[in-house]
Write a protein that binds this ligand. Structure first.
Ligand SMILES: [Zn+2]
Length: 465
């Protein structure tokens, strides 16, 4: 693919995906640095004069237009049999999943349009549990219909959002849906190999051509959707109206969800994965204190959205577009291209300390866990050696003061909305053990209950998988 760019005038018939040793390139959309270019083959990349291209640079790109006299190559990427799985390895298809039949009715859970390499389609269709229906939330007692609605947000910067119509317990499945569209995150796959003879192959020209070609592919894919899905797709936000993205690509770039579970080849990297556009999920706004999390299920080809905190009726649903460990400044940079200035409680109270907490909370959890276990085991071995009770005894050496930094850390986790993480759960469990050991049973019980509550929430999520 990339070699097509670098070598210029001819559309080469070679594997669309050159493989991991040559596929690293421009910064991935999900990253503000060049982390996507790290990894195998990076050393070789450095020696090449022209920039390798696989994906659009993150954020806005310069609008420079197409090269003069640009002629678009002709592509046909349709398939006649959507159930077929023995495609050539470099064939990029436009398919529908689950497949539509001529005679039969549509799948009651809907269909996704999918632009995909043949072998990757085969991986999904050959998945041992495929196909399955899309999971349904357990209906709430005395309440019909969905647990949320789409409506305007009070924050004008956010446009529409999803709002809870009733209380939702942490861990509950709120809704699940098949995506409207799934497509490679590597838009270089989409055929923009053709640059007219004599044209310079600078990054901006390559991007402009890739975006133009991508838009044409998206027109076909969106055209294949049901009328209802086309409408839903076109109504989604577009924050890329000014940078040369076509109207459909702008929507894709604004609303994309990354799918961890679907990728080309053997191993997932930054450049071989897929992104999805969702009718409902793409409407969920960002907060660094998210109350919703999601996952993707291959057998039903669907996204599930769970409550990550207890949600009260009337509250807006949020998930985080950022990584949990990012600092305030990193989050701001990540969100800026979406036009988002985050006013969430975590951002409002961000300090160097809260930034450090996010960066280090996994490591500190491990350290504190080891520490508490060590204290307890030292206590046990001293007690086993027959040390007397009382002041100076092994029991006396374990006291609540030792816990001060850990208790403060725990407060910090709560303040950052990190209660329903495995780290917080581990801290709660170890505090329970410690207090039990020193005989402060009321606190021991409190932390045990907290641990159980987190466990139950996680189980609720897991049981609807
Ligand atoms: Zn925030």
């Amino acid at each position: 693919m990339k070699r097509g760019f670098l070598n210029g005038s001819k559309v080469k018939k070679e594997p669309l995906y050159p493989g991991s040793e040559t596929s690293s390139g421009a910064a991935p959309p999900s990253s503000t640095n060049d982390s996507g270019a790290k990894g195998k083959g990076k050393e070789k990349e450095k020696e090449k004069p022209a920039p390798a291209f696989t994906k659009l640079a993150y954020g806005k790109v310069d609008k420079i237009g197409l090269p003069e006299n640009y002629e678009s190559p002709e592509y046909t990427r349709l398939e006649t049999d959507p159930s077929k799985t023995d495609h050539p390895s470099d064939l990029l298809l436009m398919t529908t999943i689950p497949p539509r039949t001529y005679e039969g009715p549509d799948d009651p859970d809907g269909h996704s349009e999918w632009i995909v390499l043949g072998p990757t389609k085969a991986k999904v269709l050959n998945h041992p549990q495929y196909p399955k229906p899309v999971p349904k939330p357990i209906p709430a007692e005395g309440a019909d219909g969905p647990a949320f609605e789409i409506r305007d947000t009070p924050d004008t910067a956010m446009s529409k959002g999803l709002f809870a119509l009733r209380d939702i317990k942490v861990g509950q499945l709120i809704f699940a849906e098949r995506p409207l569209l799934v497509s490679p995150r590597n838009i270089g796959l989409l055929g923009a190999t053709y640059i007219p003879e004599g044209r310079s192959h600078d990054m901006n020209t390559i991007q402009a051509v890739a975006m133009y070609e991508w838009e044409k592919q998206l027109e076909v894919a969106v055209g294949r959707m049901s009328k209802e899905n086309q409408k839903a797709f076109k109504e989604l936000e577009n924050n890329h109206k000014e940078d040369g993205s076509g109207p459909l690509l702008g929507i894709v770039r604004t609303n994309g969800f990354s799918i961890e579970e679907i990728y080309d080849g053997e191993e997932r990297t930054d450049v071989n994965s897929y992104g999805a556009i969702l009718k409902l999920g793409s409407r969920i706004n960002h907060s660094c204190l998210p109350n919703v999390t999601y996952n993707f299920l291959v057998p039903s080809f669907s996204f599930q959205f769970f409550a990550q905190l207890d949600i009260k009726a009337g509250e807006q649903l949020f998930f985080s577009y950022c990584e949990i460990e990012q600092s305030k400044a990193e989050r701001d940079a990540e969100l800026a291209p979406y036009g988002i200035i985050c006013n969430c409680p975590v951002c409002a109270h961000a300090t160097p300390e809260t930034d450090a907490l996010r960066k280090e909370f996994k490591k500190r959890t491990r350290q504190y866990t080891v520490k508490i276990r060590q204290w307890i085991s030292e206590y046990d071995s001293a007690a086993g050696a027959g040390a007397p009770e009382g002041a100076g005894s092994s029991k006396g050496r374990l006291n609540e003061d030792m816990l001060q930094p850990i208790l403060k850390f725990r407060e910090g986790l709560l303040g950052e909305g990190l209660k329903y993480t495995k780290e917080y759960k581990a801290i709660a469990w170890n505090l329970h053990l410690f207090y039990e050991k020193i005989g402060v049973y009321s606190k021991s019980k409190t932390f045990l209950e907290e641990h159980s509550e987190i466990e139950e929430a996680t189980m609720r999520g897991a049981s609807s998988l």
